[in-house]
Design a protein around this ligand. Structure first.
Ligand code: NAP
Length: 190
């Protein structure tokens, strides 16, 4: 069944981008060898949503979604679309709440998964119960600073169910299903 899936590469110290949005460390891992988990995500994704900063980094480093390995409808959330758009950009800039964006992408995905890129949108999805799966490539590197995977002080604990752990070259691929929010008896008692 189709799902809303957050696909992300994370450093061991929990960053998805380094200082100044550095992303070359991610692309280095994927240029070295193929990754079965990433290929599976790409094959099963029918539409993608990302935020403006992710789009700008794609433009800076490697034009095209997944460096051109994926084609399909995609949507870039921004309050103010740029006036000049590069030739590779075949997606649509949208300015709407995350619920509407996910509904739009679900329609566009035509039965396949909706991919979420970046931390900001994933957090919005998680907070509204829209995210169903998280796929993480855990990279053996410490960045020390940057954009955190998830930073939401004060929010309720988000429970995840591990569904896959795979080694692929230097990366450890992790998949989690996002639980519906019920707490275990042990947690309720604390
Ligand atoms: N390691 C990985 O796998 C991975 C994957 C993806 C991204 N990244 C990196 O993560 C870094 C930052 O990503 P991020 O997640 O913090 O930012 P992001 O989601 O890419 O961009 C945030 C921006 O998206 C726009 N936005 C978000 N929600 C919106 C809404 N509901 N309505 C209108 N506009 C909305 C706003 O743009 P405006 O200010 O224009 O309104 C906001 O400032 C980048 O360096 C990116 O390359 C890493």
């Amino acid at each position: 069944m189709a799902a809303v899936v957050w696909h992300v590469t994370m450093s061991l110290d929990g960053y998805i981008a380094g200082p100044d949005e550095a992303m070359e460390w991610v692309f280095e891992y994927f240029s070295e060898e193929s990754n079965e988990t990433a290929s599976n995500v790409i094959e099963t994704t029918g539409a993608i949503i990302m935020g403006r900063r992710t789009y700008e980094v794609e433009d800076r480093y490697r034009p095209g979604i997944y460096g051109g390995a994926w084609t399909g409808p995609y949507f870039v959330l921004t309050h103010e679309p740029p006036e000049v758009v590069p030739q590779w950009m075949t997606g649509t800039f949208i300015n709407e709440n995350i619920e509407a964006a996910v509904a739009r992408a679900t329609d566009a995905a035509a039965g396949k998964n909706v991919g979420i890129l970046g931390a900001n949108l994933a957090k919005q999805c998680l907070e509204r119960g829209l995210l169903e799966e998280i796929v993480i490539h855990l990279a053996p590197v410490l960045l020390g600073d940057g954009v955190r995977l998830f930073a939401a002080p004060g929010v309720e604990r988000v429970r995840l169910e591990p569904t896959q752990v795979t080694r692929s070259g230097p990366l450890t691929d992790l998949r989690f299903r996002v639980s519906s929010g019920e707490r275990t008896d042990a947690e309720s008692a604390t």
